[in-house]
Design a protein around this ligand. Sequence first.
Ligand code: FES
Ligand SMILES: [Fe+2]
Length: 409
Amino acid sequence: MNPKTDIDWTTETRWAATRQALESAHGLPAQAYIDHDFFAIEQEQVFGTSWVPIAIADQVPAGQLIVRTVGGQSIIVTRNSDGDLRAFRNNCRHRGTELAAADCAVANTIRCPYHRWGYNLDGDLISTPRFDEVPVVGFDRGDYGLHRVRIAQWGCLIFACLDPTTMPLETWLGDLPQRLAGYRLEHWRSVESRDIEIKANWKLISENFQEYYHLGWVHPELAKVSRVEDHYRYQGPGMYCGQTTTPVSSDDRNDWTAMPAAAGLSQSDASSGRFIALFPNVLLSVLPNHVFLMVLQPVTPGRTIETCTFLLPPSTADVLEADFAATRSFWFDVNDEDIAIVEAGQRGMSNGGFTPGRLSPRFEEPLHRFHNMLADRFVGRDRVLGGDENDHDPRLGTGTNPLPWVGQG
Ligand code: FES
Ligand SMILES: [Fe+2]
């Protein structure tokens, strides 16, 4: 038997090194990053059961239908006549034809291209041309509506979940909506988006985002703005790993602060950058004046599409291109440095002979948390991990935040 393929990643024993306490835990084995069997199970067990981001709200106006892939499966998303989001499996209930191959406009009916069966925007089957010219026994259109997929929105992000048994999105998010309530992200708009292909496993990209251990060496310029000693914990209960920098920017560079801050922020929000890795594949950087959002779409074990989107608050009507250009180029310079190092990580995993190393409790607790969330999905455990009791007390060497989030609301 091929020893690579008889590994059962859905049993707790496979994750024993992850389940150790942080101080004793190991990182993940190379298979988690390079193995096709692992990748296939991950698509099913992780992306097929999680709340996965599929769009920003303003990308799905009424009359628009979008096609997205979740856990390797295609779904279509639109709004019904009341403006409510609806998501369906992308196949016709007659003989399974794909309903849409790409984003498109939709009027009142989703129509199959094959025999023109029509569904309203709630997925009900409403027309079956010439179907029962000879009667079909026991056929009731009510039984053949499109298969619904769960869909929900938080802030300006729209999420879908293929698994009907997974906890609701509000439970998944834990205290994040409360933590970020002051930004009122539901009113922010997307202004620019680009896809970047990265030759690395999606988890390496997320793990790299979660830790600032590498800051001084990989990002010498960023380290001037976002200093290691200004990073603090920002991690309550919820399916996320979070950190904050306060103050968000030192005086050396002002690339991040060239645009005006959102109106109405608390002193803590106005002075901080919030860096959230929402499980499984959302990387959210919330600054006082903009959001840089990265969504990771796994393509193969060693390839990921990273969709990067800038969001601006409603109080920023027009931005001078020069001010936005500074923010944009700063992010992409930093991102290029991250891409180079995670691609080196992928090559290292592929070079053979890697055995899992140890994690730094001071800097890599979020990775341990992330690995445990991953293990939970693989073994079929639907639970939310707890968080710090408060943001005031230093933990794992992070020091005392001068302007902690105080948990209002
Ligand atoms: S397959 Fe869709 S109408 Fe026949
Ligand atoms: Fe980085």
